[in-house]
Design a protein around this ligand. Structure first.
Ligand code: PA5
Length: 531
């Protein structure tokens, strides 16, 4: 039975460490939650809630409609253990896609598939946003060996400067760049617009788009239909029952692995092994349950503490952003599953250690106590960075992690630590699966649907209505007459002139045909004309 959390007593700390440490030899992974305020009475008090959560996760894995708002099954666990899928056809489909992805990667890397103008592909341009962008970025940043496979470039936004920068970087290699357009729904505006820009640039230069374009999307989506009609180089499936933020073990994460010669089977195997470990139906024997319980106690089940993600491994810097999406898009919900307003969530931020010790860790130690830290470390140091004058960088890094962990404890601040024996494709798969399951369990504890994203949909709708307003505004100003914002608002029958101010400020910054009179500091004095 663990002693109560008490930062000031070293003997208690050690006893808690020994009592609460979770370790799995096969996974090569330790989880230490002894420095979280998870006490024996919490563990006992949460047993009934966890019994229900384990049962709900088992039902989800057997194909229950776990995302009722979208009437969808939630099947990312099947991606790494296809035999768990509810029917043989789905299992065969998953396994077939993995084989196809692997074969495609081999063909591209070996030069069997060539760029339309001849020659091997030199680069990959990945166009996708949210879950269709972050997982691939993590795979590349974490796992691509130096100089192995194709260099990757990402467009995960509709920022014209960002698109221009990537196109400028690719420049004369654009014709030998494999362009992978990724959108589960196949209708998200940002990747569609970025794709159209890339395509236009390529075709201006005489390139043949279809010969170098690949779609990753749901069968039958707008993107899929386009790719099929135009006979793009390849199409890979995103399954209806896999959400964007849990799609890293689908084609979304496997294709980048395949195109960089990364062991995608090991990645899947690590995730499958962690899935098996996190099916244990006992709180202290289940690392995902230990995480979910610790988060719950720390934030009083209301997300009152932020999760600071501090991996002591440069290659995992993007993992903080990856978890930010996984946790916040899954748990950040206004309504509970029975329609009560709960405004749930856990805020996630972070970057990497020890770098962040020279930045915001100052506040973590001495400032407002509204967080817990998730340290992540890997024990394997590369052999080519030896000790110099008695100083081994790996030992120094470990020392910094321990130092910060202790300093936080001494100020009563909470932290947990995940230690990987080795950092590789298998352990990354395990790490991802650990957090996926912890998020699923936590969502059960606080009774929210972790698998929908009504806020994202609302944002898409709001943007569409602004673009519609812009279209009507431009139509109105086409007659060349100057108008104040108030007059424009009346003519367009919009009660709020502020969106018009924003649209016209942007239009007039980019189009010299817009004439502005009045003062920008006094919006009501402004008048606009398009001459
Ligand atoms: O996790 C999610 O569901 C979202 O973040 C989506 O991945 C994101 O909105 C992109 O959607 P899509 O892949 O349909 O373009």
């Amino acid at each position: 039975m663990p002693a109560d959390f008490d930062g000031s007593n070293p003997a208690t700390r050690w006893a808690r460490f020994c009592d609460l440490l979770w370790y799995d030899e096969g996974l090569g992974l330790w989880l230490d939650v002894s420095r979280m305020a998870l006490n024996q009475r919490d563990i006992e008090g949460m047993q009934p809630a966890f019994a229900k959560a384990f049962a709900a996760m088992a039902a989800l894995e057997s194909g229950a409609i776990a995302n009722p708002d979208e009437q969808r099954m939630v099947g990312h666990y099947w991606l790494r253990t296809p035999e768990l899928a509810p029917d043989a056809e789905t299992a065969g489909h998953i396994a077939g896609e993995i084989d196809r992805i692997e074969a495609f990667g081999h063909q591209v890397l070996a030069g069997g598939l060539q760029a339309p103008g001849g020659g091997t592909f030199t680069d990959v341009l990945w166009i996708g946003i949210g879950g269709s962008g972050l997982g691939p970025l993590l795979v590349i940043e974490a796992l691509q060996a130096e100089g192995q496979g194709l260099p990757f470039h990402f467009i995960d936004n509709v920022d014209p400067q960002g698109i221009s920068r990537i196109l400028g970087r690719l420049d004369d290699r654009l014709g030998t760049t494999l362009v992978i357009v990724v959108s589960k729904s196949g209708g998200t505006p940002e990747p569609r617009i970025a794709m159209e820009q890339v395509r236009a640039r390529l075709e201006q230069r005489g390139g043949r788009w279809a010969g170098q374009a690949v779609a990753v999307t749901m069968v039958g989506s707008r993107l899929d239909r386009l790719a099929e009609a135009e006979q793009w180089l390849a199409r890979f499936d995103m399954f209806d029952w896999v959400g964007g933020r849990t799609s890293i073990t689908s084609a979304v994460g496997l294709l980048p692995a395949a195109l960089t010669g990364t062991d995608l089977r090991a990645f899947l195997d690590g995730a499958a092994a962690m899935d098996a470990a996190t099916r244990a139906a006992a709180l202290t024997a289940n690392p995902a349950a230990l995480l979910a319980a610790s988060w719950h106690v720390a934030g009083h089940g209301r997300g009152q503490r932020d999760m600071v993600v501090l991996p002591y491994r440069d290659r995992l810097a993007v993992f903080s952003r990856y978890l930010q999406q996984l946790v916040m898009e899954s748990l950040g919900k206004k309504l509970s599953r029975d329609g009560q307003v709960v405004n749930q969530g856990i805020a996630v931020y972070g970057n990497k250690g020890s770098t962040d010790q020279h930045a915001y860790v100052q506040q973590l130690r001495d400032g407002v106590d509204n967080f817990f830290v998730s340290f992540i470390e890997a024990l394997d140091d590369p052999a080519d960075i030896p000790a110099l004058a008695g100083e081994r960088p790996g030992d120094v890094l470990e020392g910094f992690l321990q130092g910060t962990r202790t300093a936080l404890m001494e100020s009563g601040r909470q932290s947990l630590t995940i230690t990987l024996r080795r950092f590789d494709a298998r352990s990354l798969g395990a790490l991802v699966a650990l957090f996926e399951r912890a998020v699923g369990l936590y969502a059960e504890l606080v009774n929210v649907n972790a698998y929908d994203q009504p806020g994202v949909e609302a944002g898409k709708l709001a943007a569409a209505s602004i673009l519609d307003l812009q279209g009507r505004l431009e139509g109105l100003l086409a007659d060349g007459a100057p108008r104040t914002l108030e007059a424009l608002g009346q003519e367009l029958q919009t009660a709020d002139p502020e969106p018009l101010f924003w649209i016209l400020r942007h239009l007039s910054a980019n189009d010299p045909a817009y004439r502005v009179s009045g003062s920008w500091a006094e919006p009501a004095s402004l008048a606009f004309a398009r001459v």
